[in-house]
Design a protein around this ligand. Structure first.
Ligand SMILES: NC(=O)c1ccc[n+]([C@@H]2O[C@H](COP(=O)([O-])OP(=O)(O)OC[C@H]3O[C@@H](n4cnc5c(N)ncnc54)[C@H](OP(=O)(O)O)[C@@H]3O)[C@@H](O)[C@H]2O)c1
Length: 270
């Protein structure tokens, strides 16, 4: 049994560990002495990340393959900390977005973490100990243009985990929501456009964000301190939106409306 706030000897399962924040988390938990189970679809990328983690287990799977999940969870064994990190984003106006794109984003960003969490939860409740986490987003708190599906999925997943906490924390199972601002990863380049194709090019604001290793350090520090919600950012303007939502929600809506107007003018003219 490790000391409170220590991850030494813990079994930590990270989805989306093949790149970005998940890879940063895998390296950081590895350094902290955890056994890290790395999941994602890209086996080669998972193996490459795992090579830098002293006690790594690579467990590839497609997060939306619901039929396969029970066997994957059985294979993963006893888990101390599950971090639902895998996700995809969106860059398209609602009027240009196929309904199928909303379904895909909800599958990856909402139903996949809900299903995996529901499958891991019983062992934690039976033991009376464990930790469930989700990497949501500032987009899970604030609506922003070209991300109607992504914001919807991230708001939904925040709601699921906040509600879950009310049911399980008094039974020994911790729940942490992680709320990153911009982190320099592949998320923008891999975002879906309105017809479901991948955007391909990164975003300036994402590229100006903190590194995945910096994000991971903030997350481990927040978890070690027992935070239930961990904002992850380097003081960029997007992090100020979280404060504005609490302090002056009407001003936040004005600000985001102005942002949306500028985006629509750029895309549609006028
Ligand atoms: N970067 C940011 O600015 C930012 C801000 C707020 C929140 N976030 C959130 O942070 C999380 C990690 O994203 P990231 O920024 O690190 O982006 P990333 O570099 O694109 O990583 C996304 C990860 O998700 C995995 N993934 C995507 N679809 C999957 C699927 N269907 N099945 C299994 N794995 C899947 C990918 O693995 P494979 O390709 O190997 O499947 C990859 O490892 C996401 O939930 C994202 O929404 C990011």
């Amino acid at each position: 049994m490790s000391k409170p706030g220590s991850f030494e000897g813990q079994r930590v399962w990270i989805t989306g560990a093949s790149s970005g924040i998940g890879a940063g988390l895998a390296r950081a938990f590895g350094k902290a002495g955890a056994t890290v189970i790395l999941s994602g679809r890209n086996r080669e990328a998972l193996a490459a990340v795992g090579a830098d983690v002293p006690d790594a287990v690579v467990l590839p799977f497609e997060a939306t393959d619901h039929d396969a999940l029970p066997a994957i969870v059985h294979h993963a064994g006893a888990i101390d900390l599950l971090i639902n990190n895998a996700g995809i984003s969106q860059r398209s106006l609602a009027e240009d977005t196929d309904l199928s794109v909303y379904r895909t984003i909800m599958e990856v960003d909402f139903f996949a973490p809900v299903h995996l969490t529901k499958l891991v939860l019983p062992q934690m409740l039976a033991r009376g100990t464990g930790h469930l986490a989700v990497v949501a987003s500032v987009a899970g708190k604030v609506g922003s243009p070209q991300r109607t599906g992504y914001c919807a999925a991230k708001h939904a997943v925040m709601g699921f985990f906040d509600a879950l906490r009310t049911e399980v924390s008094h039974r020994g199972v911790q729940v942490t929501t992680i709320v990153p601002g911009f982190v320099r990863t592949e998320i923008g380049a891999r975002a879906l456009t309105g017809d479901g194709s991948v955007k391909g090019a990164g975003d300036d604001d994402v590229d100006a964000g903190i590194t995945a290793d910096e994000a991971a350090a903030i997350i481990l520090d927040g978890m070690a301190r027992g935070l239930r919600e961990i904002p992850v950012g380097g003081g960029g303007p997007e992090m100020a939106l979280l404060d504005l939502k609490r302090q002056d929600p009407d001003r936040l809506l004005d600000l985001m409306g102005g942002m949306g107007e500028a985006v629509v003018r750029k895309l549609k003219g006028g």
